[in-house]
Design a protein around this ligand. Sequence first.
Ligand code: AMP
Length: 395
Amino acid sequence: MKTVDNFNFKGKKALVRVDFNVPFDGDLNVTDTSRIEAAKPTIIKILEDGGSAILMSHLGRPKGQVNPDMSLKHICDEVSKIVGVSVKFVEDCVGEKAEAAAANLKSGEVLLLENLRFHAEEEKGDKTFAEQLSKLGDVYVNDAFGTAHRAHASTTVVAQFFPENRCFGYLLAKEIEAIDKVMATGEKPVCAILGGSKVSSKITIIENILDKVDHLIIGGGMTYTFIKAQGGKVGDSICEDDKQELALEILKKAKEKGVEVHIPVDVLAADDFSNDANTKVVPVTEIPEGWQGLDAGPKTLENFKEVILKSKTILWNGPIGVFEMPTFAKGTIAIGNYIAEATENGAFSLVGGGDSVAAVKQFGFEDKVSYVSTGGGAMLESLEGKTLPGIAAIL
Ligand code: AMP
């Protein structure tokens, strides 16, 4: 795997695809700079070598139209502050102006291009557009994991114009290594914790992961489809009746492959989908009508704890309860604590894909797990076993 460490950028212009798709407040101030900070090490490496960096990114969904509210010029000061260099800005990403700005760039300087998605060709993966981008730099660096699952011009197609001179930035390399540790090279026992609301949205991940893990913990809303399929009473809990057969098939396959599946035995049930609902702990197979399971119960958490603490490699995707409501967040917080403890004891832990990342950040576990993925959709597709186009293009 070629990374920026395989190159000396002295006198070179690096064309770097970053993910600066950051959130703004109403006055167009950046409200979360973590994506800019995440790209900093790669930019610094290029500059310290004596090279210059040309940064390109999308922002929002302008759908091929110029939209002043989605201009990357609004983040220029923020990037300057974080990187520690006064960043230049050019109001297009291809064409004469962009080419002139790139040509005039000196060693140690940084140029930020205008939003790639102001051109419809970007999302179409247009080859001519990609070739125009390629004229701006000598080396192509992809450091945008969040868009690595898209075959867009700047994430994938452009790489073919740098047959020898293309590589991964540090952030993307770290994402690839973390996924590889869970899916291929991690120390056993390997445990996957899958939560979230529905079996249907996780099925491809479950199927792929059965070949990689020793333990599969199932939690969250998915639980009830499995329980009902096995004859349990789930009351008003979220349940996909048309996925019951699939649930039984998963359990059968897991058994054949020697994967131990751990499903909740008790739950915190509520008489309403509300933080102020009446609650009680009941066996997962005996949830009364009018009640719904919204978090894992104490016995379940004890069982999950035992599995997590004996695992050496841990993947967590999806909350274990409705963590957005404090009354039903305890299970998700407990899982975060067990993973933190396992990590402290030497396990490798990866948290990825959407809501579990939000939960980890909200409850302060970010620094207590080995790696928190920065890419939602890209992470999910990786866990489904797909080769991401942005990664394949560099390899
Ligand atoms: P997903 O996007 O499929 O990962 O699902 C995330 C959502 O699942 C979160 O918004 C949680 O509130 C929700 N969730 C977790 N457990 C339950 C449950 N027992 N019942 C309903 N929703 C749940």
